[in-house]
Structure formats: C-alpha cells, structure tokens
Write a protein that binds this ligand. Sequence first.
Ligand SMILES: [Zn+2]
Length: 239
Amino acid sequence: MEREIIRQLLKLQDIDKKIYQLERKISKYPIEIKKLEEQKKEELKKLESIKEKLKDLNIEKKNKELDIQEKRDKIKKIELSLNNVKTNHEYRELLRQKAILEKEILNIEDNILEIMEKLENLEKEKESLEKEINEKLKEIDEEIEKKNSDLEKSKRELEDLKSLRENLAKEIDPQFISKYELIKSKASDGIVIAIVDNDVCPACFMVLPPRLYSDILKNPEKLFICPNCGRFLCSEENV
Ligand SMILES: [Zn+2]
C-alpha cells in the first residue's frame, strides 16, 4: 500500500520538477525577446548616424551653392555698374572687387567638390551598412520568431504537465497529498521526498538518527519523515 504511495509521490515530484523548470524557462522568454528587440534598435541606430551625416553634408553643400549664387549676383551688378563708371579709379576698383568675388567662387567650388566626394563615400558606406544591417535584422527576426514558437511549445507542454499532475494528484490519498503540498510550500529546492542511500538526509544533509536509518533499511516499503527538515524519506529500493 505505502509502496504504491511512494511511487506516486516520486512521480508527482518528478512532474513538479519539470513544471518548475518549464515555468522558469517560460518566464525568461520575454526578457530574451526584449533583448533581441533592443539589438534591432541598436543596429538601426548605426544607420541613423550615417543618415544624419549625409543630411548635414547636403545642407552644407546647399548653403555653399547659395553662397555662390549670391556672389554671382554681385558680379552681375558690378558688370552693370562698369558701364556707368566715371573715373578710372572707380573702374579699377570695381574690377578688383569682381576678381575677389571670382576667386571666392572658385574656392567655394573646390569646397563643394570635397563635400561631393565625402557624400559619395558616405553613400557607399551607407549602402554596405544597410546591406549588413538588413542581414543582421533578418537573423534577429528569425531568432525572435524561433523564441516565440519555442515559447508557445513550452506553454503547451506546461498545460499538459499540469493536467497530468492534476490527474495523478486525484489518485493519491488526500492525506499524503496535503502533507506533500505542505512540504513543497516550504522547500525552496523542490525536494519533497528524498531518497535515502546512506545515513544522511539527502535534502538537509543532517545525519539521521541510527534508529531511523535502520528502520528505513528494514522497511523499504514505508515512508518516513526527516526529523530535521520534515521531508518525506524513503529507501533507495523504491527507485
Ligand atoms: Zn532532512
């Protein structure tokens, strides 16, 4: 009779261990998935900085072009004024100003060329980075997808284990079940029924009183209680 209960309690404990492990695993999924989502954001940020640089350079280029336009307008005005000058001095002064403007325009055009070169390089960099990032994002998405499907699988497994446990618990003498639940609620390591293979309690590591130990050896079909930690003890003959 008690041998059957020992067998059932050991089975119950085994299911409880699996339930515990599965619940821990399930509780970790959201954290792992969140980490992967963060990784995706980090990848996209890399691209943002290049896009930002491109934007700044384009603005700089645009400003320089406007600068040139402005100077060209000034040159036009000077050219018009040249027709109405009264003195040689005035004439030379206007030509001097025009020459300065033309030189400035050449400098700005050089600057624009430099910017265009930078833009071209950045565009190339952006393209290869985009390719790289897209690959990484794809990998991360696949990982997320896998985690989600693993999570669903674990949840189903958990449901199955819980109903298995419920059915098993119904078969066990309620007196033992309530004692089992009581020990379980106090045991942080999940050990409710410990299998004795020497004179030490495998759960709390206290040396068992010699009388109790010899009782366990003599009566492998019986359940005992550890006087120190209160857990069920049974002989290793039951496994
Ligand atoms: Zn103990």
